[in-house]
Design a protein around this ligand. Structure first.
Ligand code: THU
Length: 141
């Protein structure tokens, strides 16, 4: 049995996580909420650095929190990002290439990616659609 995905709840959690974004350089604040198969939601925000390259995206922050606590199976992730935050975001934010690859490591083709402007306005794709022919652990292990 797979975990039930409450999209609105996951998007709300991503918006709440975005409040903690540390993005003084880009001004682009991102929040993510990653739903594990065990029902736990791990949240993350982007964390930037004065030397720029160590910056960590919201999606990877959430993923690393989960994996570092022994959780490796995921059903869905919600992402919200914007330069200027108003009532609703103007555009959806899709995970960057590095985050797609890292999510693929643990979520595979079937991970649901919810890219939201608001709780009710979102675009949904599978990770397999966002990262076709992904290179994953089954090739190497
Ligand atoms: N960023 C994320 O956190 N997630 C994404 O999916 C896209 C980009 C962050 C990285 C950087 O702090 C800022 O957004 C601008 O690129």
């Amino acid at each position: 049995m797979s975990v039930e995905i409450d999209r609105a709840q996951l998007i709300r959690a991503a918006f709440a996580a975005r409040e903690y974004a540390y993005a003084p350089y880009s001004g682009f604040k991102v929040g993510a909420a990653l739903l594990a198969e065990n029902g736990t939601v791990y949240t993350g925000c982007n964390i930037e650095s004065a030397s720029f390259s160590p910056t960590n995206c919201a999606e990877r922050t959430a993923l690393f929190k989960a994996v570092s606590e022994g959780v490796r199976k995921f059903a869905a992730v919600a992402v919200v990002g914007a330069k200027a935050q108003g009532a609703d975001d103007a555009l959806v934010t899709s995970p960057c290439g590095v985050c797609r690859q890292m999510l693929y490591e643990f979520g595979g083709d079937d991970l649901i990616v919810i890219m939201a402007k608001s709780e009710t306005d979102y675009r949904e794709m599978t990770l397999g659609e966002l990262l076709p022919l992904g290179f994953g652990p089954e090739k190497v292990l």
